[in-house]
Design a protein around this ligand. Structure first.
Ligand code: APR
Length: 266
């Protein structure tokens, strides 16, 4: 399905000359940076879960190619037709419950255990990184398996299975909604994410099209603070040219390879 992994260097940054391909495999170079890093951060998107069988949003078969986000992933959509919105999120819950973390999730959990400090900021709501054993994870867009009252905001974590419609809040009787961040809503954990990224010396930007704010600008927060930033994706993104290194290929292959190269000499 995917082309064989191929590694390229990012364009248009000062380290480009220094990281000439003739000087070796960029995976090896990145493994070297990783070995010396004190705090490693990860910023991930839907591409991280693609090899588990979870559809991305903007690819050829992307979720938003088949559905209009404005009709399903906004507070206005919920106000207009809460049952339809729940149908969509219950379908997504069911889909995620039927898949497993992939080698990229496992590699990140492994990496977390091996470096002195680690944080994973994810736009994904599927919980797969945690199911793979990841711990210090900031779920920027919430979690598919939590719910929140549309009126009073009371949160209910970790509810598996479909949520019957309508479900009322036990505290105020309001309608319960998915515990995720929709388009046009504030991102409650944004400040935490910025804070956690500020002192990272290495950032992996993994499987995100980098077009949705504020998540996309977080990579630049890290870069401006002096981190070495490497992107893992199957294609170039609007960020690619501004980062230090680009590793092109499916993350289920590339991430385990970098971690193995850094810590097991593999
Ligand atoms: N390995 C690496 N990258 C991959 C892989 C893979 N196996 N498969 C897909 N990708 C890349 C695509 O090339 C694309 O750049 O993953 C990215 C997925 O992009 P999007 O579908 O736009 O997902 P994401 O960046 O997470 O979207 C951000 O948009 O709709 C909202 O809230 C939703 O959190 C989501 C946000």
């Amino acid at each position: 399905m995917f082309p064989g992994p191929k590694y390229t260097l990012a364009w248009g940054n000062t380290r480009r000359q220094e990281w000439d391909l003739s000087r070796g495999d960029p995976i090896e170079k990145l493994a070297g940076v990783l070995t010396g890093a004190r705090k490693v951060a990860v910023l991930s998107g839907a591409g991280l879960s693609a090899e588990s069988g979870v559809p991305t949003f903007r690819g050829k078969e992307g979720l938003w190619k088949q559905r209009n986000p404005v009709e399903l992933a906004t507070p206005e959509a919920f106000r207009a037709d809460p049952e339809l919105v729940w149908e969509f999120y219950n379908w997504r819950r069911q889909k995620i419950l039927g898949v497993e973390p992939n080698p990229a999730h496992v590699a990140l959990a492994d990496l977390e255990r091996r470096v002195p400090a680690f944080v994973h900021v994810t736009q994904n709501i599927d919980g797969l990184a945690r199911r793979a054993g990841g711990e210090n994870i900031i779920e920027l867009h919430g979690n598919l398996f939590s719910t929140r009252c549309f009126e009073c905001g009371r949160e209910q974590p970790d509810l598996s299975g479909p949520v019957p419609f309508p479900t009322s809040c036990e505290r105020c009787g309001g309608l319960v909604r998915p515990g995720v961040v929709w388009f046009g809503e504030p991102v409650p954990l944004l400040e935490d994410a910025i804070e956690s990224l500020r002192d990272a010396d290495l950032l992996f930007v993994v499987g995100t099209s980098a077009v949705v704010q504020p998540a996309a600008s977080l990579a630049m927060v890290c870069k401006s603070a002096g981190a070495f930033v490497a992107e893992f994706n199957i294609e170039a993104t609007p960020l690619s040219g501004r980062l230090d290194l680009q590793i092109v290929g499916p993350v289920g292959t590339t991430l385990p390879r970098v971690v193995a190269r850094a810590f097991a000499g593999g």
